[in-house]
Design a binder for this molecule. Structure first.
Ligand SMILES: Nc1nc2c(ncn2[C@@H]2O[C@H](COP(=O)(O)OP(=O)(O)OP(=O)(O)O)[C@@H](O)[C@H]2O)c(=O)[nH]1
Length: 477
């Protein structure tokens, strides 16, 4: 185990190389000068000629000269190479520096921003190590860039569906996976918000692997054998690996990303995925919060229907779409009959329950894409995209029946209310704007009230299209 300060005692590669070299070479030269006279006597030279101060002096001088010459040669050969190496390293460092500040890495790729390696000796190995260091630096830069781009791409997006679609595209690009999906938890349910290349993405909602990844909050890798074909999950693709990545923000599960790839993901790509996981967690958290707030702002708390402000916004959008495409748009105005009497008899709380129960009864008669709006106290606006006058009348009648068949209980008592309604539809009613549609349905509603209530009346629908101008209902409440 290393202790504090132990680094000082570790060998230091750059310390006094040439001083040490000079000491060793001169020292060895002198040692050879001292040893030479003894060697000479062993070789047969007469000792009286060898063991003299003159002879010793001469061999010492010769040893010193050889030592200095060796040092000079070593310095002359090694130094220029080292200078060359450090010069190239400086150039590479400058290129990386200017690429960092100009954010233009096009001229500094690993193959160009490197030192040529022509040998496998220690200098070659040093150059190769330097190149590896540069490669690691470039890689770190690429990862940082990818994470920054990913975060930037997501940061401006607060809408859940576009955010999930963008994140999925980026994740597929960066991991090399060919298919995938983003599932998000909404109201205790996992919903598929974005998908690519998957045949039956809804099945993922019930996958054990998805549940397990959420439970453990850990990435799961499923390596699949060559011969397996997940027909229902992935169309023509034969994935070799499926990765399930939980998306978590501050320990709270937000959803999962599922990626399917024909090649197993490399360690680097998985690490990148883990970095993306964090950015996506934050972006998804913001989008889920935004979605939640938007819903709260758009919904009427008593009935769960859209509030008037949001509903009129939707009417504007739907009208614009219909005006553009000439696709029909049905509009209903519905109002509970004699509601004041309900309030007066049973109190406001029971009145509220009647309003909520009526909204539920209406909702059950609608199809996906229809819009239910609480327009006023006990008045509802319903938008029926794709419905002409005949369909609008049919839906209104269905609602009227449903409301009479949905009594509200208050202790022993059963409260049964009826509704009246007016309908119209664009473009059969040649309305110049959406307000004209509302006015027409509203006028029809008042006609229905005036006609005895518990009935549905037509607005400005052409007579040939609507079966009866004033559909007769059952007796009032
Ligand atoms: N309990 C409850 N009552 C409400 C709410 N909003 C409006 N009201 C009441 O609903 C009643 C509506 O009464 P009116 O507009 O006279 O209509 P009505 O009694 O239904 O008569 P017709 O529409 O002509 O059949 C009023 O008494 C309002 O106070 C609400 O959110 N909760």
């Amino acid at each position: 185990m290393s202790r504090p300060g132990s680094i000082d005692r570790a060998p230091r590669p750059t310390r006094r190389l040439f001083t040490d070299l000079a000491r060793w070479m001169v020292g060895l030269g002198l040692l050879a000068g001292i040893a030479f006279p003894f060697l000479a006597t062993l070789l047969g030279l007469p000792p009286e000629e060898v063991y003299t101060p003159r002879f010793f002096g001469a061999t010492l001088l010769a040893g010193l000269a050889v030592g200095l010459a060796n040092y000079g040669l070593a310095r002359g050969v090694v130094r220029p190479r080292l200078r060359l190496l450090s010069g190239r390293m400086h150039q590479v460092a400058e290129s990386i520096g200017s690429a960092t500040y100009s954010d233009d890495w096009s001229r500094c790729r690993p193959e160009t921003c490197s030192v040529p390696v022509d040998s496998q000796d220690e200098l070659g190995e040093s150059a190769a190590a330097f190149n590896r260091l540069v490669g690691a630096l470039m890689n770190a830069h690429e990862v940082e860039d990818a994470v920054r781009d990913f975060s930037r791409e997501l940061s401006g997006q607060l809408e859940l569906a576009p955010l999930a679609a963008r994140a999925l595209t980026q994740l597929l690009n960066h991991t090399g996976a060919q298919a995938g999906a983003v599932l998000v938890e909404q109201g205790g349910e996992l919903n598929v918000i974005a998908g690519h290349g998957l045949e039956d993405r809804e099945r993922l909602r019930h996958s054990d692997h998805v549940r397990e990844a959420l439970r453990s909050q850990a990435l799961r890798r499923l390596e699949l054998p060559e011969d397996i074909v997940i027909e229902a999950l992935v169309g023509n693709l034969r994935p070799r690996e499926v990765v399930v990545v939980p998306i978590v923000y501050q320990s709270v599960n937000l959803g999962v990303v599922v990626l399917a790839s024909t090649r197993p993901l490399t360690g680097e790509r998985l690490r990148l995925l883990e970095l993306f996981q964090r950015s996506f967690g934050l972006a998804l958290h913001n989008a889920v919060t935004y979605d939640h707030l938007e819903r709260l702002a758009a919904l009427d708390p008593l009935t769960g229907a859209y509030n008037r402000r949001f509903g009129l916004g939707r009417l504007h959008e739907e009208y614009q779409r219909s005006a553009r495409t000439r696709a029909p748009l049905g509009v209903l105005m519905l109002d509970i009959d004699h509601f004041k009497a309900v309030n007066d008899t049973y109190g406001h709380l029971v009145g509220d329950r009647v309003i909520a129960s009526t909204a539920n009864a209406i909702r059950r008669c609608l199809r996906e894409g229809d819009v239910l709006v609480r327009y006023g106290g006990e008045e509802f606006l319903v938008l029926l995209p794709g419905a002409g006058c005949v369909d609008a009348q049919r839906v209104a009648e269905r609602i009227r029946h449903a409301c009479t068949e949905t009594p509200v209980r208050d202790g022993e008592q059963t409260i049964q209310v009826t509704i009246s309604g007016g309908y119209t539809a664009f473009p059969e009613q040649d309305a110049g704007d959406e307000d004209a549609l509302i006015r027409s349905a509203d006028t029809a509603l008042y006609a229905a009230k005036a006609g005895g209530r518990n009935r549905i009346a037509a607005g400005e629908c052409p007579p040939s299209q609507s079966r009866e101008p004033l559909a007769q209902g059952r007796s009032g409440a």
